[in-house]
Design a binder for this molecule. Sequence first.
Ligand SMILES: Cc1ncc(COP(=O)(O)O)c(C=O)c1O
Length: 468
Amino acid sequence: MTRTEAIATAPVDDRAAVVRQDLDNVLHPVVAHRQLEAEPLVIVEGRGSTVIDADGTEYLDAMAGLWCVNVGYGRTELADVAAAQMRALPYYPHTAMNAPAAELAGKVNGLLGGDNHVYFVASGSEANEAAFKIARQYMKHEHPDQARYKTISRYLGYHGTTLATLAAGGMGDRKTKFEPLSGNDFVHVAAPYCYRCPFGLTYPSCELACVKNIEATIQGEGPETVSTVLVEPVMSAVGVAVPPDEYLPEVAAIAKKYGCLLHVDEVINGFGRTGAMFAHQHYGVRPDIVTIAKGLVSAYLPIAATVVRNDVFTSFVGEPSENRQVFQISTYGGHPVAAAVALRNVGIIIEERLVERSAENGAYLLDGLRTLLKHPWVGDVRGKGLLAGVELVKDRATKAIVPPDGIKRVVDFARRHGVIVGRSGGGRHLGSTIVLSPPLVITRSEIDRVVAVLDGAIAELGQQLAAS
Ligand SMILES: Cc1ncc(COP(=O)(O)O)c(C=O)c1O
């Protein structure tokens, strides 16, 4: 397909006019507007792992957008599915049933072990919000004598952009502008961020102090006040923190011991990102609640879900007079077009063995990234599947943090050399990590390119990073 065909409904003949119109009218998320003025990007087309600017510049997108375009760009098959479903039924509220959402729920349920029900929403934040509410309502049904409303979550985690999900998250610099957030609903514990262990310990002699911290916190809060323990198995936004293998099983055991539901956030981790269909499956745990988004539909349309085990679901089954049903609705929940596209997207992930490919090429990527340890400014390289982080430091012995503008220089260098990488770090400016989360279809030669460009960036900018 030519570019003109691909963008027939929105031709971008005059890039400068789009930039002007955008700057005059659009309020963008997260990026400083002065930066947008200086470095506008007008993406008009994508194929595989590559996106193309309206000026014809090609970029290898090693972030898959926002950690989400798992099947890669340019799947016209998904456009055909959307068009066909839109012609048949563009929308009807999910108080009724529709075939694509029912089939998608069946598919997701099967992938998650087969004893679940699926509540559909439109974004990862909404999925987590719904999870908090479902857990609280469940606790009111099952423990009417208790007030189990708190969620135990980790510092440095990210779970979404709404007020409650921000409060659940533990990334200080994302929160400060909006604080104070909600009262004591979200109680934070230490993250399993081994490179900068909050207890100053080293695995395995640490004996998982971060897990003990969860138990002590539940005891301190009073188990009868806690509804859920929330974890993202491989923490993404902190700069990709992979916990020790025993971490998640031990957290699951503690949640169970104190009667809390285990809520696993698979918004980024899910659908092959870490080399398993879902990251918690690496560790053999069965969560009570799983939230999914991004890779569910490779971001071709907005759809997400809160998946609950049947022993939670049954608490919501009853006659209208019993008032046990889920007490919320989202207009776009169960959207038939998004569900049809998601269903085909999951089909592609399975048929093209993208989960296995993520595991294999993830190992290849990690091997490549480990060669960067030859630079004294690379403090740590870590990852699982096609989710990886390269933490830069001013000095390897002291682990002194490279400030945000130093990391931005590396990101900019990569972009000038045709590769889009991300940067991340949790806390209040803690951490300084280049993050990678490419489409699962990325090839080995593309991986080599990503590594070579980062190698060039660190070699050229290393001295500056150390002095920054
Ligand atoms: C782990 C995690 N959970 C939830 C969310 C929120 O998803 P959304 O941006 O679709 O609301 C994100 C977003 O990046 C995420 O990384």
